[in-house]
Design a protein around this ligand. Structure first.
Ligand SMILES: *Cc1c(COP(=O)(O)O)cnc(C)c1O
Length: 395
């Protein structure tokens, strides 16, 4: 059998390669950070990590993790409900709930699992999920695993959302699901207006704060803080793999009974291992940092503002951003690809995105800012963009 299957796979892989869509991994030999080194010997400035607060290589988190190795060991060798729950897991869940002004939290191995395991235990074929068209793949997969009737609305389009809510009225329960910040454009979901529609059409709301927690809102509490609606949505999902340290882990936080039910029925929680104690302890430390001050967040916001302003002044077409994601619009896939390659030669590591990751004709380079970037890093990137942009007649 495998011979035939192998031929089939090789053909498919060749097709991916010749469409220019083959993903190759660049191997880092340093910790994640603003300045990284690759196995190929490149020293580059990194503008494509989700390391928003610069915590991936934080000395405080490393120290916490080291101490926890001594106090709590390495692995849990269990799911949560058998023997995989430590005091650290419980404390992190409480702290995440406190941070987001919610009632309780459930941890997962990843936000992918949090989203994958949130709908099926809560909703049936009598219910409706109304999902933004640009929601993360994990939300799409989670919705697929659930029998609820599916409705999709155009990204952040309130008129379309209202239409879908009207169509979903015959269903028993309704939930609107949206990313807080959308990863390709960096735009923020209009959560205040979504909540108003939810109220009007009797629906619940879930926000995935993976790209927004630690990034937007005056104290980094994400979209609900940004719109001054803390505690007003029923469900928030998020990751520890981006702003909050970047290691691994995800969570769902929200109404008590919802979290209670997820602990009973959510399959990625019931059938997949607990996060290691070092990750839970570092997560607690991140929550303490977030409560203690906003200096890193201030630097991140200042870096984003500075970068976007300078890029626009240099003639680049930047999507309006409220997050730490800056989409440098190039529209043409080849241009985006070539520009990213040339920027790498200049020591700037960024990624070009093109169809099917973004709509046809909307190719771009996505720049992700971090509190770990210094002014010099930013200036170097801006200069490189200017040089390459002029060479390629983009500006
Ligand atoms: C990154 C991301 C995820 C997945 O997070 P992991 O913890 O890495 O699984 C889920 N949702 C959104 C919106 C994301 O950006």
């Amino acid at each position: 059998m495998y011979k035939k299957f192998q031929t089939h796979l090789k053909k498919e892989l060749d097709a991916i390669e010749s469409a220019g869509l083959f993903k190759k991994e660049r191997v880092l030999t340093t910790p994640q950070g603003a300045e990284i080194k690759t196995q190929a010997g490149l020293n580059v400035l990194n503008f494509c990590a989700n390391n928003y607060l610069g915590l991936s290589n934080s000395p405080e988190l490393i120290e916490t993790a080291k101490k926890t190795l001594d106090s709590h060991g390495y692995g849990m060798s269990s799911v949560r409900f058998i023997c995989g729950t430590t005091d650290l897991h419980k404390e992190l869940e409480e702290r995440i709930a406190r941070f987001f002004h919610t009632e309780d939290t459930i941890l997962y191995a990843a936000a992918f699992d949090a989203n994958g395991g949130v709908f099926e235990p809560l909703l049936t074929n009598e219910d409706a999920i109304i999902s933004d068209s640009l929601n993360h793949a994990s939300i799409i997969d989670g919705v697929r695993l659930c029998k609820a009737k599916r409705f999709r609305y155009t990204n952040a389009d309130l008129e379309d959302l209202e239409d879908q809510l009207i169509q979903a009225q015959p269903q028993r329960y309704r939930i609107i699901v949206t990313d807080g910040v959308f990863s390709m454009d960096g735009n923020v979901a209009p959560l205040d207006k979504i909540l108003a529609l939810a109220e009007q059409y009797d629906a619940m709301v879930m926000v995935d704060e993976s790209h927004s927690a630690g990034v937007i809102g005056d104290t980094g509490r994400g979209t609900t803080e940004y719109y001054d609606v803390l505690g007003k949505v029923e469900i928030i999902s998020g990751t520890l793999g981006k702003a909050f340290g970047g290691a691994i882990g995800g969570f769902t936080t929200g109404k008590k009974e919802i979290i209670d039910m997820l602990r009973q029925r959510s399959r990625p929680y019931l059938f997949s291992n607990s996060i290691p104690p070092i990750v839970a302890a570092a997560g607690i430390e991140v929550m303490k940092m977030m409560e203690a001050g906003t200096e890193k967040l201030r630097i991140l916001k200042e870096n984003t503002r500075y970068f976007a302003e300078k890029m626009i002044a240099n003639g680049f077409d930047i999507k309006p951003t409220k997050s730490a994601i800056c989409a440098v619009m190039l529209y043409d896939a080849k241009v985006a690809q070539e520009m990213a390659a040339r920027l790498l030669d200049e020591g700037i590591y960024v990624i070009g995105f093109y169809f099917p990751v973004v709509p046809q004709g909307e190719a771009r380079i996505r720049v992700q800012l971090s509190a770990a970037h210094s002014k010099e890093h930013l200036d170097k990137a801006i200069e490189a963009f200017k040089k390459v942009g002029k060479d390629m007649a983009v500006i």
